[in-house]
Design a protein around this ligand. Structure first.
Ligand code: ATP
Ligand code: MG
Length: 156
């Protein structure tokens, strides 16, 4: 379905502001002008939920989560950044594998099955997008994903 993602992203993030019992702040940077994408809303909500649940899970108590949307020439790029413990360099690509957990001890304590990011990757790729993470240990994690803009004169 054709969706203006500007109000859509605001709406999705509003749900976190209502539900969060934590002291974590969510800081959003979303363009003001409309951006139309072709997407399955429920699936994209699941991508955001899976990435945001990690960001919330790993954030320090007074941490800030940044949600930033950038419109590029042919795609929209979404970044979700936290101030958590980060992911070691050699593991940062593996976190998108099924059942992979980067830190066994911490993961046991915090729960989860290791499927969240694998599902997110499958959904993003079904939308012809990409998903990846960048992280600095001790500083935090950025998860990026892209979704293609609706092209002009490009029937499908
Ligand atoms: P589930 O999402 O199924 O409840 P999970 O959160 O462990 O379980 P994923 O969301 O796929 O699984 O994440 C995989 C692993 O990547 C996590 O176990 C964790 O080690 C690491 N990870 C993911 N996001 C972050 C983050 N924001 N900060 C630090 N580590 C992370
Ligand atoms: Mg998860």
């Amino acid at each position: 379905e054709r969706v203006n993602v500007v109000p859509f992203f605001h709406h999705v993030l509003d749900r976190y502001e209502m539900n969060k019992e934590e002291t974590v702040r969510i800081d959003r940077t979303i363009p003001k002008e409309s951006i139309f994408l072709w997407l399955d809303k429920d699936k994209v909500i699941q991508v955001i939920d899976n990435v945001m649940s990690n960001a919330l899970k790993y954030s320090p108590e007074d941490g800030t989560i940044r949600f930033k949307v950038t419109k590029e020439r042919k795609r929209v790029k979404i970044m979700i950044q936290d101030e958590g413990p980060g992911i070691p360099q050699e593991k940062v690509d593996k976190v998108f594998d099924r059942f992979y957990r980067a830190d066994a001890a911490r993961s046991r304590k915090l729960g989860g099955t290791g499927l969240g990011l694998a599902i997110a990757k499958e959904i993003v790729e079904n939308h012809q997008g990409h998903i990846w993470a960048e992280s600095i240990e001790g500083k935090g994690t950025k998860v990026f994903f892209t979704l293609p803009l609706i092209g002009r004169k490009r029937g499908g």
